[in-house]
Design a protein around this ligand. Sequence first.
Ligand SMILES: NC(=O)c1ccc[n+]([C@@H]2O[C@H](COP(=O)([O-])OP(=O)(O)OC[C@H]3O[C@@H](n4cnc5c(N)ncnc54)[C@H](OP(=O)(O)O)[C@@H]3O)[C@@H](O)[C@H]2O)c1
Length: 298
Amino acid sequence: MCSVVRTVAASNARVLSSLKSPLYVVVVGGTAGIGRAIALSIGQQCPSANITIIGRNESAANSILPQLGSNSKFIRADVSLMSEIRSATQKIDAVDMLILSQGIASMAGRTPTTENIDNKLALHYYGRVLFIQELLPLLRSSQNGGKVLFVFDSMRGNPSKVIWNDMALENTYSLMSAGNHPMVFTDLVIQHFASQPENTNVTFTHACPGAVKTQITDGFPIWARLPLKGIIAMGLGISPEDCAEYMIHGMLETDKGWRCVDNKGEILSKKTPAQPDMIEKVWEHTSQLLSSTQKNHS
Ligand SMILES: NC(=O)c1ccc[n+]([C@@H]2O[C@H](COP(=O)([O-])OP(=O)(O)OC[C@H]3O[C@@H](n4cnc5c(N)ncnc54)[C@H](OP(=O)(O)O)[C@@H]3O)[C@@H](O)[C@H]2O)c1
């Protein structure tokens, strides 16, 4: 850990120890990579915390849980499915911090889940919003002020490239749009949540981790994976542990409302508030899609 990260980690430790304990933390995608490192860092600073990690890999979870303190637990769920998210959130009864770090890297075309949502969009956007929707009552009543952190990409979303007449990319899927839509929609949806008067006790942060040495690139085909591994071996990217400190810093330093932060957890001052009609469009589409999955399963 370099001295800059050590300073950030010390500041995180100070803020975390000033919060009312025990802390209730939910890390979706906490079985690997950045999410795992965030869970471990908070667990180390706050041994009394109740940390819930969510993912599919039970053996990975079993190796992490003993390091998270005796109040921690694992909820097994495929969070590409809205039905599984609804069941998982039923098992949670308090939340101060909700960290959304689930994700994949894939070059496949549109891959519909059994709920007919593209797998990548479900993981990177729709399922994350559903976690917030389901857990908002608990976040609102947090004595520490609820905190939501999206670990995704707050830097590269381009609203001018959004396909507004096919927001779920059912007919016009491309890798570029499947990357861009969740980035832009996340920037906009956090502005929607923050604008609701009943959410004044909750902050919403969208972070960009930058290049981090995790296993996520294993999802790429071999011709893309090998050169990437070579570049990583040459030094590109930081460790998940260092990244976790920057991400926690971004989440803790976010004042009331919403913020986009960079790979050091610092506020992206160039992000200006979006046009209200864009925010409304994204919210209308998202809530409609999510309620359609509820109907399909009720
Ligand atoms: N690493 C980077 O350089 C980088 C750069 C920019 C953005 N990001 C974004 O940061 C986030 C975290 O990336 P990472 O590098 O930490 O990835 P990672 O190491 O591959 O971890 C991904 C996590 O997502 C979970 N996950 C994936 N599919 C799931 C599913 N269907 N159901 C439940 N959990 C699922 C995995 O859990 P299970 O295996 O247990 O299911 C795992 O805990 C991703 O959204 C990624 O797009 C990463």
